[in-house]
Design a protein around this ligand. Structure first.
Ligand code: HAM
Length: 428
């Protein structure tokens, strides 16, 4: 009988669709965050952290009642006082909520923010699709200028470029605004209703509630039917069309390549005008690494001032997958530089004192915590990849010395204990 099973009654497993970020991957996760922080902050973006759960209504209204997320993917629960709360499926709505609630409109506009954190969607797990996943994102709130659209997209593409991704494509589209979209939606609905039988059940529902959503459908027969459908991009009003042209011009100025995708509608109700997605052909069916767009009405819709905005979010799991598929080195090296060997218990205190001293001046230092033999400690030092091993035995201690072994050359040298730090600093 399995003893572990016996003690707690069962073996616990991480919930379906979640994963443990074990040390190596967890380190990579935060390195990606660090690199983003450096890049984004240079462009004037500041970090924001919002709660992982919010009032359910916040997402219902912003993402849209007819979206897949609201219809079937939200982790919604009641707390002990009967309030309906939802684990955030995305961070745009929470950031907008914070912008209004914390009066960020009083700051210099546009307010430029970035975030990284876990999001939650009750989706069917598969490669690149999780129920808890991490997003790294940017939101720039308070400007309608095409300049800021271009800036946000350039930052995204430069970040991916710096990570070493090559096989990615930026797709660009426009959803128009209230002016052009309403007319267009009517035309599209007419087209779709004339061939309802050719569309899947889900699409039939979409046609009833929000015809533009049919472009989200991944089923081949539906996609075929949509080839001839009228496209929003051909029905933009003058202002939206001009905005779109300006972005294209600015992206060219910045040297960012893109492909126009007339069907890029994305799965949220809040988008207006610009939409974009970055895809990798190496990711299979979950090929979108990241996406975003403008949401010019959202702040106002929540009772804030007229504050047009734009942003994006990158899926970290898919980003890591794409890096791996492209063979970009993601392994984070073990950084232990020094290993202190205490030959027996009588030297442990001196070894510990030296360990603390060396760490205090910036060395990465390890020692043994299991009273291993000298041989086993040397093996361990080798496993850690330590460059130098500092050996303290009873004889060395008597003479107030430490023996330093260079693991590359195997040469050894005795040094006064008090001079160990300065000796190693010189070698650094
Ligand atoms: P989204 O397209 O829903 O946009 O998500 C952005 C990225 O998150 C996706 O491209 C994908 O890489 C990742 N992602 C989404 N769902 C999952 C999942 N179940 N498992 C793993 N990764 C996933 C947004 O969330 C918008 N808030 C982006 C935005 C910001 N728009 C304006 N500002």
């Amino acid at each position: 009988m399995d003893k572990r099973k016996n003690k707690v009654g069962k073996i616990f497993k991480a919930p379906r669709g979640t994963q443990d970020y074990l040390p190596e991957k967890a380190t990579l996760l935060y390195r990606l965050d660090q690199l983003a922080a450096e890049k984004f902050e240079k462009a004037g973006y500041r970090r924001i952290v919002t709660p992982t759960f919010e009032e359910t209504g916040l997402f219902q209204r912003s993402i849209g009642e007819s979206s897949d997320i609201v219809r079937k993917e939200m982790y919604t629960f009641e707390d002990r006082k009967g309030r309906s709360l939802t684990l955030r499926p995305e961070a745009t709505a929470p950031v907008v909520r914070a912008y209004i609630e914390r009066n960020l409109q009083a700051e210099i506009q546009p307010v430029k923010l970035y975030y990284m954190g876990p999001m939650y969607r009750y989706e069917r797990p598969q490669a690149g699709r999780y129920r808890e996943f991490w997003q790294l994102g940017i939101e720039a709130i308070g400007s309608s200028a095409a300049l800021i659209d271009a800036e946000v997209i350039v930052i995204l593409m430069q970040y991916l470029d710096e990570l070493g991704l090559k096989e990615i494509t930026l797709y660009l589209g426009s959803m128009g605004d209230d002016n052009c979209r309403v007319d267009y939606a009517g035309q599209l609905k007419g087209y779709l209703e004339s061939r309802l039988d050719s569309f899947c059940e889900d699409c039939n529902e979409r046609i009833r509630f929000n015809p533009l959503r049919v472009f989200d459908c991944k089923k081949e027969p539906c996609k075929q039917q949509l080839k001839e459908a009228p496209k929003l991009i051909d029905h933009l009003c003058n202002e939206c069309s001009e905005h779109f042209e300006n972005i294209k011009r600015l992206l060219k100025v910045a040297g960012v390549d893109f492909v126009i995708d007339p069907t890029l509608v994305r799965g949220f109700d809040y988008y207006t005008r610009t939409t974009f997605e970055v895809k990798s052909p190496l990711l299979g069916s979950q090929d979108a690494l990241g996406g975003g767009g403008r949401y010019d009405r959202l702040v106002e819709q929540y009772g804030g001032p007229d504050s047009p905005a734009i942003g994006f979010a990158l899926g970290i799991e898919r980003l890591i997958l794409a890096l791996e598929k492209e063979g970009v080195k993601t392994k984070v090296e073990n950084e232990i530089g020094l290993f202190i060997v205490a030959i027996d218990e009588s030297t442990q205190e001196a070894a510990f004192k030296l360990l603390i001293e060396l760490r205090n001046i910036g060395f990465s230092v390890e020692m043994d915590y299991l009273s291993r033999s000298l041989r086993a400690q040397m093996k361990l030092a080798d496993k850690y990849g330590a460059r130098y091993v500092i050996i303290i035995g009873p004889d060395e201690l008597k003479r107030d010395e430490a023996r330093i072994k260079d693991m590359q050359t195997s040469s050894e040298k005795n040094i006064d204990m008090s001079e160990t730090a300065s000796y190693l600093l010189k070698k650094k």
